[in-house]
Ligand binder design. Structure first.
Ligand SMILES: *Cc1c(COP(=O)(O)O)cnc(C)c1O
Length: 451
């Protein structure tokens, strides 16, 4: 166990972050390169991080935090894992981009194919690109245009998928999606998550026009909302019956919730596989790498073998693929066991502290991803869809978030995000969380809504 870095004076006084944020706001919209980082849902000054080590982040004011964001998922091994850093440094010394095929991308593809039901993958640079390309391929293969997605599921900022897309959009309350032509979402049917009857109905009416259903393998972008037992298998059977494809988006869950991703927790045990899958986050090891893949007969429709065009200057980049491959190789059964144990420990400490303070909440998990819903109805025992996730008292989350931050714990700055841990979240890190929780639970209990 490594010693926790000292908790510094007062993480609420952050002059260096505040000054940096002012500079950032002058040259970047909202001062950030991805909206949730701006703290709009919780208020206050976003922390500018200078370094990460294991389970900890250090900001430019010298404060340290136990990190429960883990770069929104990728840092399964913790920050700056020595073997990942060494592999990346060695790879960089060989040149950083060739625009030709290279060995690391082949080895990474082999590793992904070995862990999942996909037979082939195409590497890209972001999860957004992966889902965008998978949708294009599904439409190209089927010759159909309609796609089905679920409210609260986020698949990146793809035009056609920016309809009721959870997290960032949910918290910043963007009413629709200006800039996206009506035509782009006119072919997107949005249904409630976990609602079999709604799916049966839409397929009965328009089944022969539907190219694909895209779903998060387990929803993590409206908080952690697992599929009800059998739901993903139902999607696989329903799409097959109607000649549509199932795209399982494992950008968040892939290689995080098990060595096989979420599929390892359902399809692998139940004997079915999605037609196409998307990956990102962990498979890039903290670098921009993502992928989409599926059965070889489907993937054969992609250029240069097939007619569906898809390309990328930095796709399969040797540094990103090396970081991802090294991360996956180090992601052993022991790593998954310790990530699972840390997540369950933190979840149960959190729920105890909130219960003790009398704060109505639901703390639920998708494997090692979990989140806390500050529900307004104290009788709520489970959240199964976006409407449920939205029935939250966000003022309680805001108070809870800032009290944790003040005591050196960095939570996702939104009530609609999953919390992530790494294999580096050891006893020292969990102790700091345990010490912070009673204060934060009390702050949540005392919080008043602001109108
Ligand atoms: C993060 C995420 C994406 C988008 O990935 P980016 O790399 O941010 O473009 C897509 N789908 C899911 C499920 C995600 O969690």
């Amino acid at each position: 166990m490594t010693d926790a870095p000292p908790l510094t004076r007062s993480p609420s006084a952050v002059p260096a972050s505040a000054a940096m944020f002012d500079r950032a706001c002058a040259v970047t919209p909202g001062g950030v390169n991805s909206p949730v980082r701006a703290f709009r849902a919780v208020g206050g000054t976003p922390r500018f991080m200078r370094s990460g080590q294991g389970a900890y982040l250090s900001d430019v004011d010298g404060n340290t935090y136990v990190d429960l964001v883990c770069s929104w998922g990728p840092m399964l091994l913790g920050h700056a894992h020595p073997q990942v850093i060494e592999a990346v440094v060695n790879a960089a010394a060989q040149g950083t981009s060739f625009g030709t095929p290279s060995e690391p991308e082949v080895v990474l593809a082999e590793e992904i194919v070995a862990r999942t039901p996909v037979e082939q993958v195409r590497l890209v640079s972001s999860g957004t690109e992966a889902t965008m390309s998978a949708i294009r391929l599904a439409r190209g293969v089927t010759g159909r245009e309609l796609i089905v997605k679920f409210a609260g599921c986020y698949h990146g900022h793809v035009d056609s998928l920016l309809a009721q897309a959870g997290s960032g959009l949910a918290t910043s309350g963007v009413p629709g999606t200006p800039g996206v032509p009506v035509a782009s979402t006119a072919t997107t049917l949005v249904l409630p998550y976990n609602d079999r009857a709604a799916l049966e109905q839409v397929f009965a009416e328009r089944g022969d026009e539907i190219a694909c259903v895209i779903t998060e393998a387990a929803a993590g972008n409206m908080g952690a909302v697992a599929p009800l037992p059998g739901f993903n298998g139902f999607l696989a059977a329903l799409t097959r019956r109607h000649g549509a494809l199932l795209i399982s988006d494992e950008v968040m869950t892939g290689f995080r919730v098990s060595r096989y991703g979420w599929w390892g927790l359902d399809g692998r045990l139940e004997g079915w596989a999605p037609d196409l899958m998307t990956f990102g986050k962990v498979m890039g090891g903290g670098f921009p790498a993502a992928a989409f893949g599926g059965r070889a007969d489907l993937m054969a429709h992609l250029a240069p073998d097939g007619a569906v065009y898809q390309a990328g200057t930095l796709s399969g980049n040797p540094i990103a693929t090396t970081a991802g491959l090294t991360t996956l190789r180090l992601a052993t059964d022991e790593v998954y066991a310790s990530v699972d144990a840390a997540a369950e420990h933190i979840r149960s400490l959190t729920t105890s502290a909130l219960t003790q303070a009398g704060v109505p909440h639901v703390a639920q998990s998708c494997g090692s991803m979990f989140s806390v819903f500050f529900v307004s109805d104290p009788d709520t025992t489970r959240i199964t869809d976006f409407a449920g996730a939205q029935a939250q008292e966000q003022h309680r989350f805001r108070a809870f978030f800032h009290a944790m931050l003040e005591r050196g714990v960095y939570l996702p700055p939104s009530a609609f995000e999953s919390w992530f841990v790494s294999a580096a979240h050891d006893e020292g890190a969990i102790d700091r969380i345990a010490e912070a929780l009673p204060y934060a639970a009390r702050a949540a209990a005392e919080a008043q809504p602001t109108y």
